[in-house]
Design a protein around this ligand. Structure first.
Ligand SMILES: *Cc1c(COP(=O)(O)O)cnc(C)c1O
Length: 224
């Protein structure tokens, strides 16, 4: 059910690049997650709020859950009690909602800002100007229960690795610029979440600190 050979390969690649492996378990059963958990994996990524909330109640409490999909403000409350990191924050409004719900649960939630780097218009995310606007928002400093830990992006779904490389390079440059200009000396702004099953090797070479890998670990998905 799970691909242990790929798991070993991914772990090795992550160790070599000092990166973290997020095992993307969306649409996959509890048993598959348990199997990988038994092998030592603790960070799992999910895309759907209801599915994540259900899985969280049924699985070990020391799993570190990453929400990697598009998150609607009205659904933040369902995952705020336990989610470790939200990868795809793409508006100030969403950030304030996460902050509010985290505060209600007396905790802090790590957030990554999603940048639109793909050619497809369907992928969510901020452009450079929107990122800047968010980071200079006059009330940003009042959000005490979220921690902006870095940037996230999804490359174009293509076999053209030159195109993907360009997009990863763009994101890496923006990450470094943002780090220097807005988070100078703040050690927690350190994550660059990029790379999936099809492009994780390239992403690691380009400086990714978190790869989000699903199908290589769990097999291809069936959306029914
Ligand atoms: C599904 C998904 C992944 C994992 O995709 P694979 O190609 O199966 O590795 C990574 N990131 C996001 C945002 C996803 O939605």
């Amino acid at each position: 059910m799970i691909h242990l050979e790929n798991f070993a390969k991914l772990q090795k690649a992550c160790t070599a690049h000092n990166a973290e492996l997020i095992a993307v378990s969306k649409t996959k059963p509890i048993e598959a997650i348990e199997a990988l958990y038994k092998e030592g994996q603790r960070a799992f990524g999910e895309n759907y709020v209801q599915e994540l909330a259900d899985k969280h109640t049924h699985l070990a409490q020391d799993i570190e859950w990453h929400f990697i999909g598009h998150l609607q403000s009205k659904k933040v409350k369902y995952i705020a009690p336990f989610v470790h990191c939200v990868h795809a924050v793409d508006s100030y409004k969403l950030l304030t909602e996460i902050d509010k719900r985290a505060a209600q649960n007396e905790r802090s939630i790590d957030c990554l800002l999603q940048i639109h780097i793909a050619q497809e218009s369907s992928k969510f995310g901020l452009d450079e100007q929107e990122l800047q606007d968010l980071l200079v928002h006059p009330e940003l400093a009042q959000l005490q229960n979220v921690r902006i830990c870095g940037l996230m992006g999804m490359a174009t779904f293509t076999n053209d690795m030159e195109q993907v490389k360009k997009e990863f390079q763009f994101l890496k440059n923006l990450f470094e610029k943002t780090q220097a200009e807005y988070f100078n000396g703040q050690a927690h702004f350190k994550e660059l979440s990029m790379g999936m099953s099809g492009d994780y090797e390239l992403a690691l070479e380009m400086g990714s600190t978190m790869i989000r890998v699903g199908s290589l670990l769990f097999g291809s998905r069936n959306y029914g």
